[in-house]
Design a protein around this ligand. Structure first.
Ligand SMILES: [Zn+2]
Length: 538
């Protein structure tokens, strides 16, 4: 996903030199949702069948989620989530009504007898109500398109899937597959995740649309898009690309969505085959900027290049491509296939997603444009709190996870200093972790193993500390002394200094080192487009 930007543009420059922010006390809701407590950890999700009816006139949804899970430990309680404004109608185990207890958005479900470890259980969670709009993209919204047709969409990454359906709403555990059945008035179309299985006329003015998701999926990625959609297709090899837009935008979409092919080509080159091939790839018009809904990416970028028709990183590269097609689809690789196991490590989605924009630029327009594009992101970095936040709390990390995260990965490539190895490691990393939920430690270990370098202090300085490392340079006639100023003990990182066409690789540590140079204080440059660092000279 991409966060709201208007405020950022206004505040970015002002906040660059602002003081670090103190940590905020966690709320009960953040703990309940984010902590992987005993009643979450005692079971492993296998499967959901979410079967709902959406009434556009009453702005009402009702239905059930059949939740299948395997007990990992003996237990008689599990923890699920549903927003308090939606009603729990009943929760059944077979024909037995289960007791439950609600606390804020949490629903604790109790079983009359202990479920033994190893047992697979399916419960039917019936619910209904009017979803309330919440979050950046509304969570679940009942809107009208410009021609006056119903246009109903879900997009709920921040507030959570619990705003419109009951589920185990955390990041560590995902179902292995899912069915999604959406019943809507006959004249509307539903586009959801996965493979379209078919539609059934329910003979009461409603039609049920059935979708099958054949991969693990994050709860927040599950989506409905209900509207007066028209459909067209394109192909890449043996995979169909499906596009759904409002009829009045069909011609614009045919032109703009041609970029989806180049996006696939770029990311398949760097990381390997599109990870949700059996489910296909869809791009679906939505009334907000865009979201990475798995195999069903939503798009609201005005059928124009840049981001909402703006030059997103402000250096002339963004207007060459459609930001939303590239950024949101990049999440199919990082975010949806490789997923973080805790929202604290969301940079695995957004830092990588943003870095993939630069890889797309490199593939299509060349390395110089990619460096320029990335450097444009520096103005958006705040350095006020670390990118990785406290785990076990459901709290979205700071926006630095996008831009500083991407600039960090570009820095890491320079540290590895061997592009052949870099391309190999990032592809292997994706292949190794796809369809898994991982933490930063897994990424660090993988890079350390594959590069035979100790990159841990560098990862930690950029992701777990607030400030950038500063290269301190002190000049005297014919020589320069240099060292890193950083928070991470043992921080050491190679960096290129000298002049643009004649870089010299030096190995600063946190201890002063000295070398001869013929360059003056003003002439000696640091390759800050390759390494995202501060530099001081005296
Ligand atoms: Zn994103």
């Amino acid at each position: 996903m991409l966060k709201r930007i208007v405020l950022w543009i206004l505040s970015g420059a002002l906040l660059c030199s602002a003081a670090p922010l103190p940590a905020q006390e966690p709320t009960r809701a953040e703990i309940l949702r984010g902590e992987y407590g005993p009643w979450r950890a005692n079971n492993d999700l296998l499967y959901y069948h979410l079967d709902i009816r959406v009434d556009p006139e009453k702005k009402f949804i009702s239905g059930k989620n059949s939740i299948r899970f395997k007990m990992l430990k003996d237990g008689n309680r599990i923890q699920l989530d549903l927003v308090t404004t939606l009603n729990v109608d009943k929760i059944l185990l077979g024909s037995t009504a289960l007791k439950y207890e609600r606390e804020l958005n949490t629903v604790f479900v109790d079983f009359p007898e202990t479920l033994k470890a190893g047992r697979t259980v399916t419960i039917d969670f019936y619910y209904s109500g009017q979803p309330q709009e919440t979050g950046r993209f509304g969570g679940f919204t009942f809107k009208k398109d410009p021609a006056g047709h119903h246009w109903i969409n879900s997009s709920c990454e921040g507030p959570g899937a619990l705003v419109w359906w009951p589920n185990k709403d955390q990041w560590r555990d995902e179902v292995e597959s899912m069915e999604l059945s959406v019943s809507i008035p006959n004249n509307l179309v539903d586009v959801s995740n996965g493979k379209f299985v078919g539609k059934t006329d329910l003979k009461d003015g409603y039609t049920r649309w059935d979708w099958l998701i054949q991969y693990p999926i994050n709860n927040y990625n599950v989506s409905v898009n209900i509207g007066n959609y028209t459909h067209f297709t394109d192909r890449i090899g043996d995979m169909t690309l499906d596009f759904y837009v409002l009829p009045e935008n069909l011609e614009k979409a045919r032109r703009q969505f041609a970029q989806a092919k180049g996006m696939h080509e770029a990311f398949e080159k760097y990381f390997g085959e599109y990870p949700f091939k059996k489910d296909g790839y869809k791009l679906i018009e939505a009334p907000y900027s865009g979201m990475e809904h798995q195999s069903a990416v939503t798009y609201g970028n005005h059928f124009a290049n840049g981001y909402l028709e703006r030059d997103w990183t402000g250096v002339g590269i963004s207007p060459k491509f459609d930001f939303i097609i590239v950024h949101e689809s990049a999440h199919e690789w990082f975010g949806n296939a490789v997923s973080a196991a805790d929202v604290s490590d969301m940079w695995i989605h957004e830092g990588w997603g943003t870095y993939l924009e630069a890889l797309y630029v490199e593939h299509v327009f060349g390395h110089n444009d990619a460096l320029k594009y990335l450097s444009g992101y520096k103005s958006k970095v705040q350095n006020r709190t670390p990118i990785i936040t406290q785990r076990g709390l459901h709290r979205t990390p700071p926006q630095d996870m996008y831009f500083k995260g991407a600039l960090f990965l570009n820095t890491l490539r320079s540290v590895v200093n061997n592009d052949e190895l870099w391309w190999k490691v990032i592809k292997e990393m994706f292949q190794h972790f796809k369809y898994q939920n991982i933490m930063t430690e897994d990424v660090v270990k993988f890079f350390n193993d594959k590069t035979a370098m100790n990159l841990t202090p560098i990862f930690d300085q950029y992701l777990r500390r607030t400030a950038l490392p500063t290269l301190e340079l002190t000049f005297e006639p014919g020589a320069v002394s240099y060292r890193w100023k950083a928070d991470e003990p043992g921080f050491a990182m190679p960096v290129r200094v000298g002049s643009k066409d004649k870089w010299q690789l030096i190995q600063p540590t946190m201890e002063w080192k000295k070398m001869p140079t013929s360059l003056s204080k003003d002439a000696l440059d640091v390759a800050t487009d390759l390494y995202y660092v501060n530099v001081t000279k005296q």
